[in-house]
Ligand binder design. Structure first.
Ligand SMILES: [Zn+2]
Length: 191
């Protein structure tokens, strides 16, 4: 927790890190960008610093987030992509001004339009989602095996058999649940 707000769940894939700003969708959902400032914070952590954010822009961000979640979930299940979600993703992508910049170290960073608007940052996220869902990147969309999560994540493991969106959270919880169900709690070793 930072400033009383839930921490971010950051992964290596921009679009699914963004959808992970709402976790436990099938359980007690946790909203990790509850205020415009938290969206500003999230964007800054992800190399998309913006000047400011209004409530309307936060709504726009959440609409994009849920659209990416819906489209990525459909893609993971090999179902038709939902038209309404595609519309939102494509609109955000089309309306944004952002440029890919190559650094001397050979890294790609994003330069947003001169005003650094939230809309420009959302366009970068939308484009990232498009590249994943279109199968342009090496990896596979899958759904987290945790019944209270079922987040869509991008599996880049060599075997493409990852089960959980995150090992540290959903993976460990599932393991613990299985352990508790199968065994009596062993005595705690004294230190
Ligand atoms: Zn999960």
């Amino acid at each position: 927790m930072r400033g009383g707000f839930p921490d971010f769940r950051l992964g290596s894939v921009l679009a699914t890190s963004f959808t992970a700003t709402l976790t436990e969708r099938r359980g007690d959902a946790v909203e990790r960008i509850p205020t415009p400032q938290r969206l500003v914070d999230w964007l800054a952590v992800n190399g998309l610093a913006v000047d400011s954010c209004t409530t309307a822009q936060l709504d726009l961000a959440r609409e994009l987030r849920e659209s990416i979640h819906a489209a990525a979930t459909a893609a993971a299940l090999q179902k038709p992509l939902p038209a309404a979600a595609l519309q939102v993703i494509n609109d955000r992508s089309a309306e944004a001004r952002a440029a890919a910049i190559l650094t001397p170290e050979g890294k790609r960073i994003w330069r947003l339009g001169s005003a650094s608007r939230v809309e420009d940052a959302l366009g970068v996220i939308a484009a990232d989602a498009i590249s994943i869902i279109a199968g342009e990147r090496s990896g596979k969309l899958a759904l987290c095996a945790s019944p209270t999560c079922q987040a869509a994540f991008f599996d880049t493991s060599q075997s493409r058999t990852r089960k959980w969106c995150e090992m540290n959270t959903c993976g460990n919880r599932q393991k613990k649940a299985r352990f508790t169900a199968n065994q009596r709690k062993p005595p705690r070793p004294t230190e």
